[in-house]
Design a protein around this ligand. Sequence first.
Ligand SMILES: *[C@@H]1O[C@H](CO)[C@@H](O)[C@H](O)[C@H]1NC(C)=O
Ligand SMILES: *[C@@H]1O[C@H](CO)[C@@H](O)[C@H](O)[C@H]1NC(C)=O
Ligand SMILES: *[C@@H]1O[C@H](CO)[C@@H](O)[C@H](O)[C@H]1NC(C)=O
Ligand SMILES: *[C@@H]1O[C@H](CO)[C@@H](O)[C@H](O)[C@H]1NC(C)=O
Ligand SMILES: *[C@@H]1O[C@H](CO)[C@@H](O)[C@H](O)[C@H]1NC(C)=O
Ligand SMILES: *[C@@H]1O[C@H](CO)[C@@H](O)[C@H](O)[C@H]1NC(C)=O
Ligand SMILES: *[C@@H]1O[C@H](CO)[C@@H](O)[C@H](O)[C@H]1NC(C)=O
Ligand SMILES: *[C@@H]1O[C@H](CO)[C@@H](O)[C@H](O)[C@H]1NC(C)=O
Ligand SMILES: *[C@@H]1O[C@H](CO)[C@@H](O)[C@H](O)[C@H]1NC(C)=O
Ligand SMILES: *[C@@H]1O[C@H](CO)[C@@H](O)[C@H](O)[C@H]1NC(C)=O
Ligand SMILES: *[C@@H]1O[C@H](CO)[C@@H](O)[C@H](O)[C@H]1NC(C)=O
Ligand SMILES: *[C@@H]1O[C@H](CO)[C@@H](O)[C@H](O)[C@H]1NC(C)=O
Length: 429
Amino acid sequence: IGPKHDCLCNVLLGFISLDCGSPPNEPPYNDVQTGLTFSTDNGFVQTGKTGKVQEEVESLFPKPVWNLRYFPDGTRNCYTLNVTQGTKYLIRALFVYGNYDGLNEYPSFDLYLGPNYLETINLGLWGTGGMFEEIIHKPISKSLQVCLVNTGTGYPIINTLELRPLQNNSTYNTQSGSLRHFRRNYFSTASRTVRYPSDVSDRVWIPNFDEKKWTEVTTNFTVNTSNGYNPPQVVMASASTPISAFAPWNFTWTWLLTPSTTQFYIYMHFAEIQSLQANETREFSVLVNGDPMYERYSPKPFSIETLSYFTPQQCDQGNCTVELLRTSKSTLPPLINAFEIYTVIDLPLLETNQDDVLAIKSIQNTYNLSRISWQGDPCAPIEFLWDGLNCDNANASEPPIVTYLNLSSSQLTGIIAPVIQNLTNLKEL
Ligand SMILES: *[C@@H]1O[C@H](CO)[C@@H](O)[C@H](O)[C@H]1NC(C)=O
Ligand SMILES: *[C@@H]1O[C@H](CO)[C@@H](O)[C@H](O)[C@H]1NC(C)=O
Ligand SMILES: *[C@@H]1O[C@H](CO)[C@@H](O)[C@H](O)[C@H]1NC(C)=O
Ligand SMILES: *[C@@H]1O[C@H](CO)[C@@H](O)[C@H](O)[C@H]1NC(C)=O
Ligand SMILES: *[C@@H]1O[C@H](CO)[C@@H](O)[C@H](O)[C@H]1NC(C)=O
Ligand SMILES: *[C@@H]1O[C@H](CO)[C@@H](O)[C@H](O)[C@H]1NC(C)=O
Ligand SMILES: *[C@@H]1O[C@H](CO)[C@@H](O)[C@H](O)[C@H]1NC(C)=O
Ligand SMILES: *[C@@H]1O[C@H](CO)[C@@H](O)[C@H](O)[C@H]1NC(C)=O
Ligand SMILES: *[C@@H]1O[C@H](CO)[C@@H](O)[C@H](O)[C@H]1NC(C)=O
Ligand SMILES: *[C@@H]1O[C@H](CO)[C@@H](O)[C@H](O)[C@H]1NC(C)=O
Ligand SMILES: *[C@@H]1O[C@H](CO)[C@@H](O)[C@H](O)[C@H]1NC(C)=O
Ligand SMILES: *[C@@H]1O[C@H](CO)[C@@H](O)[C@H](O)[C@H]1NC(C)=O
């Protein structure tokens, strides 16, 4: 680690920042944009080969994106990351093809979180810019697996993998499932994308402003942003209001590549950042898809408040709207500083019983077994069951258990490892 600008965030904040496919002997380095320390993914993944995006693509991205790891062998290849149980994480992966293999053929492959399908990464849809996947998720066990699955349409690739523990476990709650990033905007005429260190959890905030409909309000005073969500100061220090003082403030979107029945959560961050006179009032109703979420709302002076739902929402035929409607009492138009929209991802499959996982990994180490399928969850999903294993996955509300282990044809010698006894559900060895 460089002597001058050590980023202690990896240690203090528990960040993991991987430059996938960088040489195993390359020392960690600090990313210029964020100051975050990136290191090689060697040690987090057992398989794959390394490549590099072509030079003309390099200039479009910061250094951590230049290298990539691709997976020519096996169906499912997995990263294993140590996490703190019960802590919520922001997990982000970036995929940029960059014609690393000179074939000019964008791959398409599937991304899994542990046993569960997350998304199909179809890079042909995104071209040179590549794409990212970002989720907010609370891991169930002490290790988190991010898996890339070959679906017969090119080798899976990955350029960066980032894990950021969130500051507060009580934020971004869902009834079930986890959250996938859809958009995260702050309303400002600025052009600067804001992330770490301004955002202590390294969320990426993109400025958004519709000059035809909105005027900007800014402040030089400090806004109290401490409500658990803690967006950056710069994000809360600007806001948009409708140009025409009596018009509603509204925002519309439609789902891209997701069904019109997609469920979502929205987090709207408000703070009054104008110093109001005694005879001035700002009051408005907040409507999502035409339904009142909050009636007669007044943002708190120079202090954040985040409005959100307890239950997931859906949009009529996939067309979604947010409207802020000025009340008759109000002397000022509505105002909003920032918002975040996430879609709900279902993660129905349970991970294999953790005692069985520890035992089978210990067996793998003891006998130095290097089978390509022996990565990711041993039992789930059933289509990626490890070679030589059988499991009981019958009851979906209980973790799968290992019931059968076949190590023959592995040229094993020596003693029978005592840890085999730890597979307490084994019926056949
Ligand atoms: C993850 O945790 C395991 C067991 O606690 C430890 O042996 C391993 O070195 C850790 N891996 C990393 C990359 O920190
Ligand atoms: C979140 O909850 C877990 C488990 O309850 C705890 O270990 C962790 O310290 C919490 N994290 C924060 C930031 O409060
Ligand atoms: C904030 O400070 C800058 C520079 O001192 C000044 O130009 C600007 O008018 C101030 N903005 C507000 C809203 O006071
Ligand atoms: C900021 O707001 C929080 C919650 O409203 C409050 O607990 C805290 O004391 C405030 N901080 C400051 C510096 O005013
Ligand atoms: C965590 O966030 C919740 C919800 O916003 C808030 O009520 C609570 O005070 C926060 N806790 C801490 C330690 O910041
Ligand atoms: C948004 O507001 C404009 C007026 O500013 C109005 O003409 C338009 O119908 C509104 N759109 C929606 C979806 O409510
Ligand atoms: C509020 O009072 C100020 C004078 O103190 C006056 O100039 C202004 O027009 C008043 N505003 C409203 C909305 O009544
Ligand atoms: C939804 O949006 C699509 C395209 O943006 C449009 O064709 C359709 O009429 C809209 N439906 C409703 C109910 O507004
Ligand atoms: C095997 O089980 C024993 C007794 O429960 C335990 O102490 C040991 O840590 C287990 N070993 C592994 C690798 O899980
Ligand atoms: C484990 O197997 C790999 C190849 O599969 C080999 O390179 C390595 O030397 C073996 N390690 C031990 C300790 O036998
Ligand atoms: C599945 O497991 C749940 C929870 O342990 C239990 O309540 C249920 O009876 C089981 N179902 C079957 C069909 O065994
Ligand atoms: C165990 O695996 C070997 C090699 O894959 C296979 O030939 C053999 O039939 C298996 N044995 C049983 C009992 O399934």
